[in-house]
Design a protein around this ligand. Structure first.
Ligand code: PLP
Length: 392
């Protein structure tokens, strides 16, 4: 039997325990849904307040170029992008914060079609988070391209494929695709490789550079703790920057937005992935969220989340024979997925008892395990409640 003291001993030995103080977590709740909406960083409210009262209220429009900290609002997408870059194994100038994941999928996939003239097929996976395929379908119709939504996307590659677009960490099962091997398969078929890193960024170790990945996007409101509807990020490998053409070529992606020239001239580098004016209040919250990773080694964070998941699985197997394990034992994101025929009602009952996870159809109770604020004892206490609910 794994005891509560065993869990407490893990917490006592946890090299990342310091990070929990960076968050404001409600008493009486065990929050296991940070993979859907990251918890509130303690500094976010003050950060937004300063942006509103000092930068907006006092410096007004001057803040676009000097918000009083030596930087202007206009640089914020690139500055936060540079910090996210460290978390995904990219160079600082390969990542920019922009729009939502859905919008970035559109821009990046269109850019991929332009990188492979003569090829008109996009391949994606049937069971990935659906927004990607929805957007790719819209793009394909607009561009006169073919979208293949395949159960086995690698088997769907052929000489007509311009882009293989996949999610690395599966939203429901937590299964993680091999970034380097999958990218190599796309390249062997002559295709550009694009990644949705929404459930990977800030959750597992990602090395876009080592994987030789081409394009990627990821979410700001999950593991990056950027707040509800936080802007997303977009990545393009430096080798593609000069040829990168995206169709939402708005003024913020212009080489000289404030010159108000008649013709569009793309900015150098990933800045050309910007479209319109970035939401500065949302960026202030995202900056605070990304700062919760300051001094945090992603390898250590990933290892801790995996250990939390291993403990959860072991406890469930010991105490909850009514539920199945619906995630991989190894090679998992920062979550555990459990299956139960009444998973939806079970999720609601747990939430009423202060254990916040979420339900994903058809039968999955999904429990997120962000390393920065989840304790081993939280996992133990959550399974204690789960076992009691199931026994009742
Ligand atoms: C894998 C994945 N991609 C994209 C999204 C949605 O991104 P956005 O709302 O920024 O368009 C989600 C949301 O949960 C997701 O899990």
């Amino acid at each position: 039997m794994i005891s509560r003291d065993d869990a407490l001993a893990h917490d006592a030995a946890d090299g990342l325990a310091f990070a929990r103080a960076r968050f404001s977590l409600p008493a009486g709740t065990i929050y296991l849904d940070g993979n859907s909406l990251g918890a509130l960083p303690r500094r976010t409210a003050a950060r937004i307040a300063a942006t509103v009262t000092r930068e907006w209220g006092e410096r007004l429009i001057g803040s676009w170029h000097d918000a009083g900290d030596g930087h202007g609002w206009v640089d914020t997408p690139a500055r936060i992008g540079a910090k996210i870059a460290r978390l995904v194994g990219a160079a600082a100038d390969e990542v920019i914060v922009a729009d939502s994941v859905s919008v970035n999928v559109f821009k990046l996939a269109a850019a991929a079609l332009a990188l492979r003239p003569g090829r008109r097929t996009i391949v994606t996976a049937a069971d990935d988070f659906p927004t990607d395929a929805y957007v790719l379908d819209g793009l394909a119709r607009l561009a006169g391209a073919e979208l293949r939504v395949a159960a086995d996307p690698l088997a769907a590659l052929d000489g007509s494929v311009a882009l293989l677009w996949l999610t690395q960490t599966h939203y429901r099962t937590g299964a993680v695709r091999d970034l380097a091997a999958t990218t190599a398969a796309a390249h062997a078929a002559g295709a550009v490789m694009g990644w949705d890193l929404s459930h990977s960024t800030g959750a597992i170790e990602v090395d876009l550079t080592a994987a030789n990945a081409d394009l990627a996007t990821g979410c700001g409101y999950k593991f990056l703790n950027g707040g509800p509807g936080a802007p997303a990020f977009a990545y393009a490998a430096r080798q593609h920057h000069a040829a990168l053409v995206q169709p939402l070529s708005g003024w913020f992606g212009h080489a000289a937005p404030f010159a108000f020239k008649e013709r569009f001239r793309p900015a150098d580098g990933v800045a050309r992935l910007l479209s319109g004016t970035p939401g500065i209040l949302g960026l202030a919250a995202l900056a605070s969220g990304v700062a919760t990773f300051d001094g945090v080694d992603m390898a250590a964070a990933a290892a801790k989340s995996h250990a939390l998941g291993d403990l959860l699985i072991a406890l469930v197997e010991e105490r909850c024979p009514q539920v199945g394990i619906a995630c991989p034992r190894t090679g998992r994101g920062a979550q555990v997925s459990l299956s139960h025929p009444d998973a939806e009602a079970l999720t609601q009952t747990l939430i009423a008892r202060g254990i916040v996870g979420d339900f994903r159809p058809p039968d999955v109770l999904r429990l997120g395990l962000p390393a920065l604020y989840t304790r081993f004892v939280d996992v133990w206490d959550a399974v204690e409640v789960l076992a009691a609910v199931l026994a009742a």
